[in-house]
Design a protein around this ligand. Structure first.
Ligand code: GLU
Length: 327
């Protein structure tokens, strides 16, 4: 594929290229800080290069102000980057080119199913809570496509091999969660590369970007473990290399719910006001992966020498954030 203005690709000292890929849908919260810290520590401990990519494709998450705050929060925390920021909203040509290429190879088809039709189908649910597409629009005739297209614009769906087919088997070793296997046909089904409103799907954009930006390792929350199969399949189809993967535990509220924007007292706006310095926040997170004593203040720089994924793997439980979590 053509390069799309990725300055400095392939000039890293150690050859390791990591990335921070936040979605600017609001202020960073503690969970985002935890995965960013580990991504940063991994790259810094290997003498690699870190790319910052703002994942602002979804118009609902397209706030330049949120992106500005994100970058300000990362810098305040001491989590520096070497390249970027790149904005996915400015890279749509690269995604369109990849989707066209898949289309030319006969790997995609227009899908007219609505959200409610998809949910009404008696589909088994995949491990990450999404449905397995039942193939309703897989074999429409050109006449049927033309007729349906008069009513609503289609999404674009990528064919995956049938359940059990050897080409649909994906396996990889996650640095934290170990060996993972997926049968794309059985566990995932044909998946979207572009929504009916024209917005490019996360899976496609992330694969194109990681490939063009020369990313060699992907570190992110374990909620995305179930995306790796689709991403590896796309890498194969687009002739892009597969990076190393490390998924990290999630931060959860005492009731088991994932921390989110609703936990406003744990976002960086509130935490910066509360502490005025990053040490207590980085220290609290580092203590949960054995890199600091409880209550100790730390800067990211001070943790680099001690970091390894073995220590994250030894603490691979989701982390409950209760009253006692922060000093
Ligand atoms: N943009 C995603 C997020 O903020 C991360 C995607 C990725 O790391 O692949 O959760």
């Amino acid at each position: 594929m053509a390069q799309h203005d990725v300055a400095g690709s392939g000039v890293a000292g150690s050859g390791v290229v990591g990335r921070l890929a936040p979605t600017p849908s609001g202020r960073m919260h503690l969970g985002n800080v935890f995965s960013a810290l580990i991504a940063w520590l991994s790259v810094r401990s290997q003498g690699g290069r870190l790319v910052l990519r703002i994942e602002d494709l979804d118009p609902r998450a397209q706030s330049r102000e949120a992106a500005r705050l994100l970058m300000d929060d990362l810098a305040w925390l001491g989590l520096s980057w070497d390249e970027g920021p790149y904005f996915q909203s400015e890279r749509k040509d690269a995604y369109a080119e990849a989707i066209e290429r898949l289309g030319r190879e006969g790997l995609t088809y227009p899908c007219f199913c609505t959200r409610s039709e998809l949910h009404a189908a008696t589909a088994p649910h995949a491990s990450d809570g999404t449905y397995v597409y039942q193939g309703t629009c897989r074999d429409l005739t050109p006449e049927q496509v033309a007729e349906k297209a008069r009513v609503r614009p289609p999404a674009t769906r990528l064919r995956v091999p049938d359940p059990g087919a050897p080409e649909g088997q994906v396996s990889f070793r996650d640095a934290v969660y170990g060996d993972v296997r997926e049968d794309l046909g059985r566990d995932c089904g044909d998946f979207l590369v572009r929504r009916s409103d024209g917005v490019v799907a996360y899976q496609l954009a992330v694969v194109v970007d990681d490939g063009l930006m020369g990313v060699t390792e992907v570190v992110r929350g374990r909620d995305l473990l179930g995306s790796v199969g689709r991403q590896m399949y796309l890498q194969r189809l687009l002739g892009l290399p597969t990076p190393a993967y490390a998924h990290v535990p999630l931060l959860v509220a005492p009731d088991g719910r994932r921390l989110s924007k609703r936990d406003g007292d744990l976002d960086l706006g509130a935490l910066r006001r509360r502490y005025g310095r990053p040490g207590p926040i980085i220290g609290a997170l580092a203590s949960r992966i054995g890199l600091a004593e409880p209550g100790e203040e730390k800067a990211p720089d001070e943790l680099v020498g001690r970091f390894s994924f073995a220590s994250v793997a030894a603490h691979a439980q989701d982390i409950v954030v209760d009253e006692a979590f922060l000093p």
